[in-house]
Ligand binder design. Structure first.
Ligand SMILES: Cc1ncc(COP(=O)(O)O)c(C=O)c1O
Length: 445
């Protein structure tokens, strides 16, 4: 078995410094956060994260699919430093500065479709969703919205109204936005309509067209349909291309705006700048954040210029489009275009192939799916019934941490692989070696 220099654990986990920090955190930080295991990050370089006790972990979550260029990429650090020396903040709401205008021009060029776009800058994914909700309502003069079961769009009240992921996220926060309807996502592995993958006639789409829009929701009152081109928190679910093609036709027919939530699947992670491109999907509004600036807080919505024609004062943000975040985004995009997106495709294919081989050996892997470096596996009781096994999934994530591998779950029983786009074959081999050892151990119990 090949020996890798990573991960490298020096103390029992959590180490003494980690325990000290966790004790402070538990006293003073909001208990609403969902820490699965005691990881106290001190520094990061590429795909290696070092904790406060000097333990080095192999990081396959990249700060929840954010640090696309790896932790503290030297060129990102240099871009941040150079901008910080010149201008830290001015507020793009009331003033002009070059990096914001240049980044908007760049995003306009990168967005799918040949039309001209306008860009509105935010600080996070949820804020991008809020901006898209407001823009869609403003532009159409309609109030209703359609979103998907399993979707995660964020936790501010508008975004939360569209989220359909976990009840705990909504419990106690009503009333939310009125007029939001959730429909089943095209989730072929667990088809809500009892169809078999590959042989269906997209019954899930027909539900929208023939049931929802004919019985309960007048389509002419719908401002927008919000869809993640690949569902993220819901389980890394890849829809059939046909679904998105049909959705476009239907939306255009009724003048409904299509909003692609590319917060998790966008910015190069799938090997294309936007995941929509894999499906020939040309949204009216794209929401982005997470990977856009390699960890600096930035989000953006990119909308057709004839849609984003709201007047001065109708929407704005003090911090959105912060100069340092914009400088980091410009450098991130340069790195994505000059090698990292290609690597995401190559390494994503390699990861998928290796996982598919593992699935043949281990009946607790029910499904392997993804595009580029947005890859998920479902943990099931067995492949005959494919009954979800969230407990075993949680055990695997926990055990991985104690063996120096950082992984996150998604959906009720899936594991996501969302490493930095700099990841190599050695990193993948090491990650899957650890995972396989854990699965073997769990199956013996
Ligand atoms: C698809 C998607 N949309 C929106 C959000 C919300 O982003 P943020 O946490 O930056 O508000 C997330 C976060 O995980 C996401 O995955």
């Amino acid at each position: 078995m090949k020996h890798y220099p990573f991960p490298h654990l020096r103390t029992k986990l959590p180490g003494p410094q980690a325990r000290r920090i966790i004790a402070t955190d538990e006293r003073f930080v909001s208990p609403s956060y969902t820490r699965g295991y005691p990881c106290v990050a001190e520094k990061g370089r590429d795909v290696i994260l070092t904790d406060i006790d000097g333990n080095e972990f192999l990081d396959f979550c990249a700060g929840i699919a954010v640090c696309a260029t790896g932790h503290c990429h030297p060129e990102i650090v240099a871009a941040i430093k150079a901008q910080a020396e010149k201008l830290i903040h001015m507020s793009g709401t009331d003033f002009y500065y070059e990096v914001q205008a240049v980044l908007a021009r760049k995003l306009n060029r990168l967005a799918p479709g040949s039309h001209q776009n306008h860009v509105f800058f935010t600080n996070s994914g949820a804020e991008s969703i809020e901006a898209a909700i407001k823009l869609a309502r403003y532009k159409t003069g309609r109030s209703r919205l359609v979103a998907y079961i399993g979707a995660f769009h964020g936790r501010t009240l508008g975004a939360l109204s569209l989220t359909g992921s976990k009840v705990i996220q909504k419990q106690g926060f009503a009333p939310l936005l009125q007029g939001v309807t959730h429909i089943p996502y095209p989730y072929c592995f667990r088809c809500q309509f009892g169809q078999k993958n590959g042989s269906c006639r997209i019954e899930c789409f027909k539900y929208l067209e023939n049931i929802l829009f004919q019985k309960t929701v007048p389509p002419t009152e719908v401002a927008a349909i919000f869809i993640e081109p690949i569902q993220g928190e819901g389980g890394y679910v890849v829809p059939p291309r046909e679904y998105l093609v049909e959705l476009q036709k239907l939306a255009r027919k009724f003048g409904i705006l299509l909003v692609a939530d590319e917060v998790q699947c966008g910015m190069g992670r799938t090997g294309r700048m936007f995941a929509s491109e894999h499906f020939g999907f040309v949204p009216d509004i794209i929401c982005t954040a997470k990977g856009i600036a390699s960890g600096m807080p930035l989000g953006a919505i990119i909308a057709r210029a004839d849609i984003m024609d709201w007047p001065p004062g109708s929407h704005a943000s003090t911090f959105g489009g912060n100069p340092i975040a914009c400088a980091a985004a410009l450098k991130t995009i340069e790195l994505l275009e000059h090698g990292l997106m290609g690597n995401a495709t190559r390494m994503g294919n390699y990861l998928m192939q290796r996982l598919q081989r593992m699935m043949k050996k281990h009946a607790i892997i029910g499904d392997v799916r993804g595009i580029g470096l947005m890859v998920g596996i479902e943990i099931v009781k067995n492949r005959r019934t494919n009954e979800p096994d969230p407990k075993t999934r949680d055990k695997i994530l926990d055990e991985a941490f104690y063996q120096g591998l950082i992984l996150l779950g998604c959906g009720p029983n899936s594991i996501r692989f969302a490493p930095a786009l700099t990841v190599t074959r050695d990193h993948i081999d090491c990650c899957l070696g650890i995972l396989e050892r854990i699965i073997r151990k769990i199956r013996k119990r």
